[in-house]
Write a protein that binds this ligand. Structure first.
Ligand SMILES: [Fe+2]
Ligand SMILES: [Fe+2]
Length: 253
């Protein structure tokens, strides 16, 4: 499918959880996604255990992608203690990895960060008491600040935020309520209120809800691949999203 003159199409998916066994298994999926969209967005848990070997398998599979790929890491990509190796392997294969940074593709600004846990609304963990609790909350605040500084850099009229953890409770509904605090944090919603975007994509909540919205009405899409597979078995497991293509006057951009 050729590029549309009027819209930019995004294919978003998270939680690929690539393993050694994924060699040859993701190629068709990626080819299908890059056929359907102008940009591929990957929302973390790119690998299952965060090993360099898994990252290389994924990087090889991504060779089938002919469109720009933008990604954030997820908690699984940290499991082996070497997230930088996952980043390196994917960066070398052309993936734009975002960790508090922003990029611009086809005139659309994309701000990305992994995010962190901590809970939602009144259930948010506060920085009070033991140092370990304060450290946990500090991590969530730092991830929110990364998202905020990435969003602040964007100058494009159209914007997308890419996360692994959820910024709202709405898209984790369906998971056991006991684990909500481990699925995301309202602290990630705060930058999205100050710097509105057209859409937010995240993963991590494999049994959550496909779509909800921030309190200022921005659509939030949970694109965890297991959720897409289970709830839309008749469709390929990525979420398509379109934005109008900005026509910039000559000399600008
Ligand atoms: Fe996951
Ligand atoms: Fe995750």
């Amino acid at each position: 499918m050729g590029k549309s003159a009027t819209t930019v199409r995004f294919a978003a998916v998270g939680d690929l959880h690539a393993t050694k066994a994924s060699a040859g298994a993701l190629r068709g999926f990626f080819a299908q996604a890059s056929e359907a969209a102008d940009v591929l967005l990957l929302c973390g848990d790119l690998t299952d255990y965060g090993t360099a070997e898994e990252a290389h398998v994924l990087a090889d599979e991504l060779a089938a992608v002919s469109v720009p790929v933008v990604a954030v890491l997820g908690n699984h990509d940290y499991e082996s203690g070497t997230p930088e190796l996952v980043c390196e392997a994917l960066t070398r294969s052309g993936v734009r990895m975002l960790d508090g940074e922003a990029c611009e593709i086809e005139g659309v600004g994309i701000a990305g960060a992994k995010g962190f846990a901590g809970g939602f609304g009144r259930g948010s963990l506060g920085a009070w008491g033991e140092p370990a609790i304060k450290q946990f909350v500090k991590e969530a605040l730092q991830e929110a600040m990364k998202l905020e500084s990435a969003l602040a850099k964007l100058r494009t009229p159209r914007r997308i935020a890419l996360l692994h953890y959820s910024p709202i409770a709405g898209t984790v509904q369906g998971e056991p309520p006991e684990i909500f605090p481990f699925l995301g944090s309202s602290r990630l919603e705060e930058p999205l209120l100050r710097y509105p975007v057209d859409a937010v994509f995240h993963g991590h909540a494999h049994r959550g809800t496909l779509e909800a919205a921030t309190i200022n009405g921005v659509p939030v899409f949970n694109v965890a691949k297991p959720l897409l597979l289970r709830t839309r078995p008749d469709q390929p497991p990525f979420r398509l999203f379109e934005l109008p293509r900005e026509t910039m006057p000559a000399g600008e951009g």
